[in-house]
Ligand binder design. Structure first.
Ligand code: KIV
Ligand code: NA
Length: 278
């Protein structure tokens, strides 16, 4: 499944990825041709109502991965349901400190139905990525703004703006590609830098707030639907959506059409536009 997707992207086809947390949306997304369903730890925010992703557990990730896998499985009406790759986030605390634990947790996500796992960080996570890959678990590396480090990074800030940090990001992406990751994801990275790194590495890149020069795009489902208004304990008026969040429901009128329009906009290279990028 993952192999087939990677093969298609070699011809320049863009990858359309959306976050997905349940079977109902997984079924719709698989039918709409979403290439990758990301069971993101953003579920800590959009499902659980927390202000960040730091308290999501392995148990939560396994449960939602199972739900998504169940909805995306092939059926008589949609034998191509299998064409959606399921990527699951490894939650904070499940992989950073111990490689053997990282592998056991990654295998639990694969067991629950994921085809690939995503970990945050470059540098010191390269060895962990290589270890998972060596044991047969495909990996996506998440670089740029890494939400599990939101406190260390001092809030939601664009990454790679200085020459030094841009150079480190390129080196991290190259090291991850060399370690054998299947994809590299960039969050909140200047469009020019993400495009440059995409040219420099042989694996596909996925962007969110990283410009149109990546090999594919990802959005949080609730942002695509324009229904996220911040953590449960905050007033909706106090929430400001990130600039890469585009409401596709507004222009289409149905959830199904919103998802389909997102997929075709990504495939056609019409999303993101300059206003969504840095
Ligand atoms: O958890 C998530 O939704 C993510 C995307 C923002 C890339 O990691
Ligand atoms: Na995530």
């Amino acid at each position: 499944m993952l192999e087939a997707l990677l093969k298609r992207t070699q011809t320049g086809e863009k990858i359309a990825m959306l976050t997905c947390y349940d079977a109902t949306f997984a079924k719709l997304m698989a039918l709409a041709g979403v290439d990758v369903l990301l069971v993101g730890d953003s579920l800590g925010m959009v499902i659980q109502g927390d202000g960040n992703t730091l308290h999501v557990s392995m148990q939560d990730m396994v449960y939602h991965t199972r739900c998504v896998s169940n909805g995306a499985r092939p059926r008589a009406d949609n034998p191509s349901g299998t064409n959606s790759v399921i990527m699951s986030d490894m939650p904070a605390g499940s992989y950073e400190h111990d490689k053997a634990l990282a592998l056991a947790n990654a295998q639990a996500l694969i067991e629950a139905g994921a085809h690939i796992v995503k970990i945050e960080g470059g540098g010191n996570m390269v060895d962990t990525a290589a270890y998972l890959i060596m044991h047969g678990v495909p990996v996506c590396a998440h670089l740029g703004f890494t939400p599990q480090s939101v406190e260390k990074l001092g809030g939601y800030k664009i990454q790679g703006k200085t020459a030094e940090s841009a150079h480190t990001m390129l080196a991290d992406a190259q090291a991850m590609a060399h370690a054998g990751v299947s994809m590299v994801l960039f969050e909140m990275v200047p469009a020019a830098l993400a495009a440059h790194i995409t040219q420099q590495i042989a694996v596909p890149t996925i962007g969110i707030g990283a410009g149109a020069g990546c090999s594919g795009q990802v959005l949080v489902l609730q942002d695509l639907l324009g229904i996220y208004t911040g953590p449960a304990d905050k007033a909706p008026e106090d929430y400001k959506a990130p600039r890469f969040a585009q409401n596709f429901l507004h222009q289409t009128g149905s959830v199904q059409q919103a998802i389909a329009t997102y997929v075709s906009a990504v495939k056609a290279g019409c999303f993101p536009e300059e206003q969504h990028s840095y």
